[in-house]
Design a protein around this ligand. Structure first.
Ligand code: NAD
Ligand code: DAU
Length: 351
């Protein structure tokens, strides 16, 4: 019997890497990719797996409770890997309610469907909730987030993700639903939508446009290669303990401004431009409201209990990422046409 795996948000950045990994690594699993194809969802992210015999795309919205119940009635899913979300902090500042709907209500709809359809058959099942380190709030100059760090979200995005994490734990504690949660740091790699810092900067450098750096560029993020995240999800799904949380991170902290300088250096080389020319595009702009100073993940538990460690050095990963964008300019052109233009204007041109 083939195991059926439901992956939500599989047409997005991380989800597409998770779908690709599961379709290719597990021919004995049938992967169902459920995605509403919002501005962030793109089936072009999955052209290489679209025709695979163990893969189906299902267009649907996780906020539609009836649709979700019907889907679970049609398919006896063994695993749910839930990534669908509104994921951009800046958008959460201008439109918080969309984040409540998808990230909170959508997650509860999925939990309800799993609870209803798996009832009395929890053995072997698993609901995997993919979350973020932002639920822990902001660090000062020192310290790291562990799995026992108290939740202290600051943005509407992180508040909605924190809320969804609490619901997942509540369904485990109250109904015995077999769940696992992971909280990961900032991902980077191919197919990343250019509203996020790294792909936005690559796109702007390529087009000789200003690189907007919030505040003084002093904020620190802990960057992880997206394929390492997908591998961690695979390991945790199969080997993680029921009801547990695992932090995932790259041990790779960068101040935004230092990261941008590294990126400019790589882009000068790739575009055969004079050294220093991309850095001239750096423009300091008004800071993000409630901007968390620093994130850093302590991933010791994942390493010691499940043997996962990141595989790629950042410089190498960033160069691979730049190569992907330069070799896939049509992907970037498609996602930056249309609605992206008005988003960019609202977000940056009045800043
Ligand atoms: P993304 O924005 O690139 O993709 C989100 C996907 O969800 C899109 O394909 C979109 O169409 C889909 N989606 C949105 N609303 C939906 C709805 N109502 N119903 C069905 N599908 C819907 O996001 P991402 O960066 O790939 O993040 C994926 C998950 O990982 C999110 O849960 C996010 O919180 C988490 N996460 C992201 C990062 C990161 O650095 N990007 C780090 C840690 C955790
Ligand atoms: O930490 C995990 C989180 O990482 C995920 O949960 C989120 O889904 C993901 O979007 C990401 O959140 P960030 O807010 O850290 O990512 P973003 O790429 O938006 O910003 C990274 C840093 O760069 C942050 O300090 C803000 C800054 N920044 C961002 C943009 C878009 C700029 O300076 N200029 C920009 O134009």
């Amino acid at each position: 019997m083939m195991k059926k795996v439901l992956i939500t948000g599989g047409a997005g950045f991380i989800g597409s890497h998770v779908v690709r990994r599961f379709v290719n690594q597990y021919p004995n699993y049938h992967v169902f990719n459920l995605d509403a194809l919002t501005y962030a969802g793109n089936l072009e992210n999955l052209t290489d797996v679209n025709g695979a015999s163990n893969y189906n795309f299902v267009k649907g919205d996780i906020t539609d409770a009836e649709f979700i119940q019907d889907l679970f009635a049609q398919h006896d899913f063994t695993y749910v890997i839930h990534l669908a979300a509104e994921s951009h902090v800046d958008r959460s500042i201008s439109n918080p309610i969309a984040f409540v709907m998808t990230n909170v209500v959508g997650t509860v709809n999925l939990l309800n469907a799993a609870k209803h359809h798996w009832v009395d058959k929890f053995e072997g099942k698993r609901f995997y909730h993919v979350s973020t380190d932002e639920v822990y709030g902001a660090l000062g100059e020192t310290g790291m987030f562990t799995e026992s760090t108290k939740y202290d979200p600051h943005s509407p995005y992180s508040a909605s993700k924190a809320s969804s994490d609490h619901f997942v734990r509540a369904y485990h504690d109250t109904y015995g639903l077999p769940v696992v949660i992971s909280n990961c740091s900032n991902n980077y790699g191919s197919h990343h939508f250019p509203e996020k810092l790294i792909p936005l900067a690559i796109h702007n450098i390529r087009n000789n446009k200003p690189i907007p750096v919030y505040g003084k560029g002093e904020n620190v993020r802990d960057w992880l290669w997206v394929e390492d995240h997908a591998r961690a999800i695979d390991v945790i799904l199969h080997k993680g303990k029921n009801g547990e949380t695992y932090n995932i991170g790259g041990h790779n902290e960068w101040k935004n401004i230092d990261l941008i300088h590294l990126l400019c250096k790589i882009m000068d080389k790739k575009l055969v431009r004079a050294e220093g020319s991309s850095a001239q595009l750096i423009t300091f702009v008004k800071d993000r409201a409630g901007h968390d100073l620093r994130y850093a993940i302590d991933a010791t538990k994942l390493k010691e209990e499940l043997g996962w460690v990141p595989s790629l050095q950042f410089e190498e990963g960033l160069e691979k990422t730049v190569d992907w964008y330069l070799n896939n300019q049509s992907w970037l052109d498609h996602v930056t046409s249309g609605a992206y233009q008005s988003y960019y204007q609202d977000q940056y041109e009045k800043r």
